[in-house]
Design a protein. Structure first.
Lengths: 110, 110
DNA sequence: AATCTTTATCGTAATATTGCAATATAAAAA
DNA sequence: TTTTTATATTGCAATATTACGATAAAGATT
């Protein structure tokens, strides 16, 4: 049907999936990496950096913002986007936890 | 168009995005968490665990397997799925790296 | 004020995803 | 061998995503 049955999963599972989904596109990975590479939080030259049209980049930025992965400050008529540490931390902790858990049960698996 | 322009991104960016995309659905998060919670690598009672039809679960398992997040061993007529540590490690390192990087440039951002 | 610059939104076409019933496959059990 | 059990595949309907041209909105510049 193309519609996700969110109601049968926990709030945490849905939220985790939303975070991951937001990073489940190479353009959005590239945007995050670009934001990380510049020493200040540069805004719209992301469009120049990526071979994508401006509306497309804007849409990807919106999704990253909705997921809480980036945040934007208005500065004049431009907008300064940057990575939101909280989301990255959540992901770091999540995968760290799985990794630790797997370490413990080593050799109990395939 | 619904089609991702993979050719304009690096191989690494595409691969990272594929890993994240595979985890960008609550059912697949739930599957990974279930696999982690059982002390052996249980197979098809994932269907009983989730309120989804068997073909739907099978499809999600296939996507996780394609992305390299889980692996499956045939054992009789059943299949034993379990988490592939490599993928989790890749992601742990990836977000660990971003986190470290952000730590360094603290206060240079919004 | 008129224009430029920057970003967002709308509308739309092409394609992908989600979910399931029906069916296929293949090993195990009877 | 027939039946059961476990899983995968096919086909399809409903919905979501990706991408972009056209346009809007709003501050900056002239």
């Amino acid at each position: 049907m193309g519609i996700t049955k969110t109601e049968i999963f926990t709030k945490q599972q849905n939220e985790t999936a939303l975070l991951m989904k937001a990073l489940g596109h190479p353009a959005r990975i590239a945007i995050v990496e670009y934001l990380l590479s510049v020493n200040a939080c540069i805004c719209g030259d992301i469009v120049n950096e990526l071979a994508l049209a401006q509306p497309t980049v804007s849409q990807h930025l919106k999704e990253l913002k909705n997921a809480g992965i980036i945040k934007g400050n208005i500065s004049g008529n431009a907008i300064c986007y940057c990575i939101d540490e909280t989301a990255i931390d959540t992901l770091r902790v999540y995968f760290g936890g799985i990794s630790d858990n797997l370490e413990k049960k080593k050799k109990m698996c395939c």
